[in-house]
Ligand binder design. Structure first.
Ligand code: FNR
Length: 369
């Protein structure tokens, strides 16, 4: 059966995954002052049987924040909080990497200490969608301030330091969030990057900030502990590009030179899944389009069932599959898929913010029996 393919071990850089069922990054907004709590450690440890856990998007600096109670990895308290998480996961035999992010234009001046505008490649606000305030309400996006060329080395350095901090906190690696319309993705795509310096214009120039970041982070912690997530064809946060195939083909060619742990692709059919149950079956299939271009392992996520996940692996379109909403609702997803048991349904109203309700209280099979 095709789902048997999910239970074949997989090597990702230094990590050996016992199965190919990945918990992808899932923002949950439950880290007051950016510090993960004991509840976060419990939540992740409950899911330690995943082949790999990738944390929720975590801010590289205070100014990189874009969501209320979003965790960070730039203070000693945050590093200590994350240490509890990695210890709890490792104690249960799991593997965990941290997704690191700069929110760019999706942030808001409410998050910066001096109320300065969010930053971006160009002064272009997303035309659709809204920003979350620190109080969990929604407001219009602001027009961001375009970063000066002389500021970009500082962005790269912040990613490098965040990666070093993540390793100090006990993570097995880091994933650079270059998807879903956050800063690195904003530089890649020409809908959000209208720059006229060496970081805008041609595809090579738009990819420059990400490539410099991959290079700096790889040199700091080793390329075999670095993954990169991208979302070609995705429209979340009003992203668009005039030629996504050319852009992402070029980018993957450049990423091939580093020997990275993995490349992670988000399927555009699930682009807005963080906001609504909306799977669009007509969109491009990134796993089919791009997998063959990358010379290392590829993760794919977005609207998979156990059956379609097994088929994607069998067809060679991906090496491991992320199950987002299913992992929120099923801490024991791996054993449920293995025994073909029914899955708990997720409760969307508890995705963002709150306490253990809808976070650590989803039952495992034995509790339901
Ligand atoms: C997400 N997703 C996401 N992606 C990412 O790269 N960083 C993040 O922090 C988040 N946060 C997030 C929160 C919530 C509540 C959802 C539902 C999704 C996208 C996620 O990793 C995955 O790609 C999608 O959930 C698609 O997979 P499923 O849910 O269709 O299996």
């Amino acid at each position: 059966m095709s789902i048997d393919n999910l239970f074949v071990p997989l090597q990702l850089g230094k990590m050996t995954l016992p199965n190919r069922i990945v918990m992808p990054p899932l923002t949950r907004m439950r880290a007051p002052l950016g510090v993960p709590t004991a509840l976060s450690a419990e939540y992740y440890a409950q899911r330690a049987s995943a082949g790999l856990i990738i944390t929720e998007a975590t801010s590289i600096t205070a100014d990189a924040n874009g969501y209320p109670d979003m965790p960070g990895i730039y203070t000693d308290e945050q590093i200590a909080g994350w240490k509890e998480v990695t210890c709890a996961v490792h104690k249960k035999g799991g593997r965990i990497v941290m997704q690191i992010v700069h929110s760019g234009r999706t942030s808001h001046s409410l998050y910066t200490a001096d109320r300065s505008l969010p930053v971006a490649p160009s002064a272009i606000a997303p035309a659709s969608g809204q920003a979350f305030t620190p109080e969990f309400s929604l407001v219009e996006f602001e027009t961001p301030r375009a970063l000066g060329t002389d500021e970009l080395a500082g962005i790269v350095e912040s990613f490098r330091q965040a990666a070093v901090n993540a390793i100090a906190a006990g993570f097995d690696g880091v994933e650079l969030h270059s998807a879903n319309g956050y800063l690195l993705d904003q530089f890649l795509q020409d809908g959000s990057n209208h720059r006229e310096d060496e970081y805008g214009g041609s595809i090579g120039a738009r990819a420059r900030l990400l490539i410099e970041t991959v290079d700096a982070v790889s040199k700091a912690i080793g390329p075999d502990r670095v993954g990169v997530r991208i979302s070609p064809h995705g429209n979340f946060n009003d992203m668009h590009d005039s030629d996504p195939i050319a852009l992402f083909s070029y980018l993957i060619g450049r990423l091939n030179t580093f020997g990275l742990a993995y490349l992670s692709l988000i399927e555009p059919r699930s682009s807005s899944i963080g906001l609504a149950e909306d799977i669009s079956i007509d969109s491009a299939n990134n796993a089919q389009l791009f997998r063959r271009m990358f010379n290392g392992p590829v993760l794919s996520a977005g609207g998979y069932t156990a059956e379609t996940a097994g088929e994607a692996i069998l067809a060679g379109h991906a090496d491991a599959i992320g199950f987002g909403r299913a992992f929120i609702a099923n801490p024991d997803l791996v054993s449920r898929l293995m025994s073909e048991a029914a899955l708990n349904k997720h409760n969307r109203s508890t995705f963002y913010g709150g306490d253990g309700f809808g976070y650590t209280d989803y039952p495992v099979l034995e509790q339901q029996a």
